[in-house]
Design a protein around this ligand. Structure first.
Ligand SMILES: NC(=O)c1ccc[n+]([C@@H]2O[C@H](COP(=O)([O-])OP(=O)(O)OC[C@H]3O[C@@H](n4cnc5c(N)ncnc54)[C@H](O)[C@@H]3O)[C@@H](O)[C@H]2O)c1
Length: 324
């Protein structure tokens, strides 16, 4: 097998490229470098600089490298930006996927893994979100992921491609400091950012119907997530080409509240200042925790790393990229 990893120079893509090459898989990365860094990739992984919207380039890359499977991570991922620029999100996330699937079908590539998100579910009022929980995304980003899943399954059926959609929950941590997420869009870097500015971390709402009143989420270490991709890729290879689709949650199945997470970050950084409580943010669900049962059953994969490891490894990355 030779795997094309789109978005391979990104935060998650670089972890996936590393996990797959360490496991002996042949990998080539494609990235337009709008948010990625070539230095993140292992030195033996070729990087093609270009966009998933460039059909001619995709055809060339699939042929030149003899690609037999695709792991598609390239996408824009900021919820607020998607609300402000919905057409851009549909064009790049859905249009880029359609262009890629056309090239994949034409080249006869039989395996396709799609990077989806818990954002497809919206805010369901359930204890554990299973893959059968109805999908009702609440922002254009989530809509592009759900539309993307439909497109992946439809193209799989039409062209005999085996497909897997992985719905990631809240990704955090880093396998090594160099691979850390450099953006400040998720809660862990947002708390680091506040501490670095000598300000108290913020909690948006502490009157939710949860044990400590703050929102509860399912955090997953990016190194575990990368291993889930490897397991899914192997599962795709074991199946016959065209052997249906699989949709799987990738989470720990354990809820951690915002207050609990900030306490762990305080222990890790040594900065235990009391968080300030501000108003709720519109659109935040009280609780979003995955059922991890299907991933264990279908992929033979279960997360191994806990929230403390996520905070510690993310903090090492933060210090490397943002200084003391
Ligand atoms: N980080 C999370 O918490 C999270 C959660 C759920 C799903 N996801 C999904 O995982 C994937 C990777 O996310 P990430 O956190 O690594 O983000 P990232 O921004 O670090 O990585 C995305 C990479 O794709 C590249 N890219 C973007 N558009 C492209 C295009 N049209 N053509 C080629 N390259 C392009 C960027 O340069 C970047 O390197 C995305 O699809 C995202 O929606 C992420």
């Amino acid at each position: 097998m030779t795997w094309l990893i789109t978005g391979g120079a990104g935060y998650i893509g670089a972890h996936v490229a590393r996990a797959m090459t360490e496991a002996g898989e042949r990998v080539v990365a494609l990235d337009d470098l709008s948010a990625g860094y070539p230095a993140r990739l292992p030195s033996d992984v070729p990087l093609v600089e270009g966009s998933s919207l460039d059909g001619a380039l995709l055809k060339r890359v699939l042929a030149e490298y003899g690609v037999t499977g695709v792991v598609h991570l390239a996408a824009r991922k900021q919820v607020a930006e998607s609300v402000a620029q919905p057409t851009r999100y549909y064009r790049e996330n859905v249009g880029g996927l359609a262009t890629l699937l056309e090239a994949v079908a034409e080249a006869g590539v039989g395996r396709f893994l799609f990077s989806s998100s818990a954002a497809v579910y919206g805010n369901p009022d359930v204890e554990l979100i299973t893959e059968d929980t109805p999908c009702a995304p609440v922002n254009p980003y989530g809509e592009t992921k759900l539309t993307g899943e439909w497109l992946v399954r439809a193209a799989g059926r039409a062209h005999g491609i085996s497909t897997v959609c992985l719905r990631y929950f809240n990704v955090a941590g880093a396998a090594t400091p160099e691979l850390a997420d450099t953006g400040v869009f998720n809660i862990v870097p947002m708390v680091f950012d506040r501490l670095t500015r000598d300000e108290a971390p913020r909690i948006f709402g502490d009157d939710y119907p949860t044990p400590d009143g703050t929102c509860v989420r399912d955090y997953i270490h990016v190194a575990d997530l990368a291993e889930a991709h490897l397991a899914a890729a192997r599962r795709l290879v074991d199946r016959e080409s065209g052997d249906g689709d699989l949709t799987v949650n990738i989470g720990r199945g354990e809820g951690v509240s915002v207050r609990e997470l900030i306490t762990v970050i305080g222990e890790v950084t040594g900065d235990r200042r009391t968080p300030v409580v501000e108003a709720r943010r519109p659109g935040d669900a009280p609780r979003a925790v995955a059922s991890a049962a299907r991933a264990a059953e279908k992929l033979g994969w279960t997360a191994r790393r806990g929230v403390r490891e996520m905070a510690e490894s993310a903090w090492r990355g933060w210090l490397l990229h943002h200084g003391q």
